[in-house]
Design a protein around this ligand. Structure first.
Ligand code: ATP
Ligand code: ZN
Length: 304
């Protein structure tokens, strides 16, 4: 029996995503990008009044920062690092010979100073720390980065390279927890503006291996992570399209970020999966964006 056409296949057929031959690595059409732009604008509309400082990142980050953040320890299976050739003529000749023979040419590759960014906020903390102590009302950033996670999948919502927009708050425990709660409340309204339905639920990060099991449990017990779940691939297993994370003093301690009263800063972030939100809308409202409900079109792109 033929399998039913998957959501991913329908996106390919409609030309909204384009295959590259690698699962989870896709080109995006103009229509898809219009949706992403609209979502970006709605997020700004909710967050702009808070006066966040805008920072935009390239998709790679300082590997030392990446290592210090503990990504290789906690998520070695998802990590991606950039390797480069730093050899001489004989090394070059070896590469050419290996390529011609169809052999492994990677022996001439060495770890570079860049890692692929796995979460948009990781490169922000050392930048903020270098500015010295936080002002009395803390700091708030509006960030965006392409992120990489090695999790090849046939689900359109699980990509290897995707955009994550975030607001990141640094300050006292009270300040950052109030920020997170504010965004959990706003997220419900935002999902309504998108014409979608979703629910916030407790969550955990996919810490690797047996040791990771305890970390997952701790994270849940301390209610450090919530997600906005929206049906995209299926109703039974809704997709995490936003996340609301309280890091306690993890990054504050790691980078020595100090509050105005010289205590270790606490941090929290709210993350928006731009591709997942766009896919949720495409799934719910259909692949022809011209046919979407007028209020949704109006919210994304203004009066047409
Ligand atoms: P999941 O549990 O589904 O793997 P996550 O909890 O690890 O996701 P976060 O680390 O909280 O995700 O990342 C913030 C947001 O980035 C998520 O809420 C999601 O919208 C988006 N995101 C995470 N992984 C992917 C992916 N592989 N493809 C597309 N978007 C993603
Ligand atoms: Zn974050």
């Amino acid at each position: 029996m033929l399998a039913a056409t998957s959501f991913l296949d329908r996106l390919f057929d409609a030309g909204i995503l384009m295959e590259t031959g690698v699962e989870g690595l896709y080109a995006r059409s103009g229509a898809f990008e219009r949706v992403v732009d609209g979502i970006d604008r709605v997020i700004s509309r909710f967050g702009d009044a808070d006066g966040a400082e805008v920072v935009r990142f390239p998709p790679g980050m300082n590997r030392m920062v990446f290592e210090k953040t503990g990504y290789m320890k906690n998520f070695p299976n998802l990590a991606g690092t950039v390797h480069c050739f730093c050899g001489d003529d004989s090394g070059h000749a070896e590469i050419i010979a290996a390529l011609e023979a169809g052999d492994d040419w990677s022996r001439q590759q060495a770890l570079s100073e860049i890692a692929l960014t796995p979460a948009a906020c990781y490169p922000l903390y050392p930048i903020a720390a270098r500015r010295g102590s936080l002002p009395a009302d803390g700091r708030l950033f509006d960030i965006l980065s392409y992120c990489f996670r090695h999790e090849p999948s046939r689900e359109a919502t699980r990509q290897q390279m995707f955009r994550m927009r975030e607001y990141v708050r640094m300050g006292t425990p009270d300040q950052v927890q109030a920020f997170r709660q504010m965004w959990i409340d706003r997220a419900g309204a935002m999902v309504g503006v998108f014409g979608l339905e979703g629910a916030v639920d407790l969550a955990n990060d996919p810490f690797f291996g047996r040791a990771g099991r305890m970390l997952k449990n701790n994270q849940r017990q301390q209610t450090l992570k919530f997600e906005m779940l929206i049906p995209v691939e299926s109703v039974e297993k809704p997709t995490a399209c936003m996340s609301f994370n309280y890091h306690q003093d993890h990054f504050g301690t790691l980078w020595n970020i100090r509050t105005a009263t010289d205590e270790t800063a606490h941090t929290a972030c709210v993350g928006f999966g731009m591709e997942r939100l766009a896919l949720a809308m495409l799934r719910h409202h259909g692949l022809e964006i011209e046919g979407w409900p007028a209020p949704v079109r109006e919210a994304l792109w203004g009066a047409a």
